[in-house]
Design a protein around this ligand. Structure first.
Ligand code: TXA
Ligand code: MG
Length: 359
């Protein structure tokens, strides 16, 4: 496979792409190449999930330690049984309710799943993404596409084709441009240790939404669904294990430092913001704020001030692009005003906490 710059293509389309572009992408995947593609959450760096050579290259380009599992993307929920076994009823319900969509299910792997995908674990992460271009690609490819976010390991996830290009350059055979990602933060990950759902990573599908689906009888009458012990009545969130406690589930993605800009990032409470700004006068600080500051005042204090949306979904959509923009301005620090401590903000708060980690 060639990785010459001429092979790095970008296709402008806000939604569906030409068949020829999809065919070219499929051909590259079949040759063991890496194709970056848009999903509704973030851009993924795709490889044929059944090709050890392609997966090897994926890990190398991503700079990701082996043993860190990747999500397999599928075209439809009917493919679930090819990739997972002993699927709990709760998982069927969630797949039925949220796919295509920003939800990853961690299930017991089937025999076809390679160790390179799971990092040797006996579970596999599966997701049917909602972006039309991702679905076009997955349908045309037919098989599973293993795809981590299309950034180098530990950096911010890309939410635009240009972010992928900036991060991965010629290391990727092709970049399918599907415009800005509409969700903006990575999928909610749910695992089922002992059949009970546990959130490993919060996303825009909230614990409340998941709980509501699990409490409904939506699939009771569907055929083909394995009846088993009742789906859990509660859902536990393991995204922030209590100090000293380790999650029973191996979730390397919940590394404390992740999704980080290069510039040190500090979370600042709304109350402290003004006071800290006075002290910091003269330093080059970027601020992602919920509150407004008159432009003249920001300039006078040498601040790069960006007002973020008050709506959590809109905030999530813009978050990574805003951090990248700040990261490109040679700032000494990025300060982020803390977001509300509220269910709708859980995914954003989680990403900010990880981005702020200094350890
Ligand atoms: O929204 C998303 O999930 C995006 C798009 C591209 O689909 N993908 C994504 O992939 O965020 P990545 O590789 O950056 O993060 C996947 C996370 C990692 O934290 C990984 O540890 C976890 O999923 N994961 C994957 N398979 C797993 C498994 N079998 N058990 C536990 N965690 C798993
Ligand atoms: Mg990632």
């Amino acid at each position: 496979m060639s990785t010459s710059p001429s092979n790095v293509q970008s296709v402008d389309s806000s939604l569906r792409l030409d068949r020829s572009q999809i065919e070219a992408a499929v051909a590259l995947l079949r040759q063991g190449g890496l194709v970056a593609f848009p999903t509704e959450t973030v851009y993924g760096l795709g490889a044929d999930a059944e090709s050890p050579a392609a997966l090897d290259r994926l890990y190398t380009v991503k700079g990701r330690p082996k043993g860190h599992p990747v999500i397999v993307h599928l075209a439809s929920y009917e493919q679930l049984e090819n990739w997972a076994v002993e699927i709990p009823k709760a998982a069927w319900k969630l797949a039925h309710a949220f796919w295509p969509g920003p939800l990853t299910l961690v299930l017991k792997r089937s025999a076809r799943v390679l160790n390179a995908v799971t990092g040797g674990q006996d579970t596999v992460g599966l997701r049917v993404p909602a972006h039309p271009v991702a679905l076009q690609l997955l349908k045309a490819f037919g098989g599973g596409i293993a795809a981590p976010s299309a950034n180098r390991f530990g950096r911010l996830s890309p939410t635009r084709a240009e972010h992928v290009r900036a991060d991965l350059g010629d290391d990727v055979s092709m970049i399918l441009d599907g415009g800005d990602c509409q969700v903006g933060v990575e999928s909610t990950i749910v695992a089922f240790p002992e059949g009970q759902p546990v959130i490993l990573r919060p996303g825009m599908i909230s614990a409340e939404q998941i709980e509501a689906v699990l409490q409904s009888d939506s699939l009771e009458s569907s055929s083909g669904m394995q009846a088993e012990s009742r789906a859990s009545d509660h859902i536990e969130s393991r995204t922030a294990p209590a100090p000293g406690k380790t999650s029973v589930i191996h979730a390397p993605g919940t590394l404390a430092s992740h999704y980080a800009p290069r510039t040190p990032l500090l979370l600042v409470s709304s109350d402290d913001l003004n006071e800290k700004l006075t002290v910091a006068e003269g330093s080059r600080i970027g601020v992602l704020a919920l509150q407004f500051l008159p432009q003249a005042l920001a300039e006078q204090r040498g601040l790069v001030w960006k007002v973020m949306p008050a709506d959590p979904e809109e905030y999530a959509r813009q978050l990574y692009a805003a951090l990248r923009e700040m990261d490109g301005q040679s700032l000494q620090q990025i300060w982020v005003e803390e977001v509300p401590n509220d269910g709708a903000w859980v995914a954003v708060a989680d990403r900010l906490k990880r981005a702020a980690y200094q350890g």
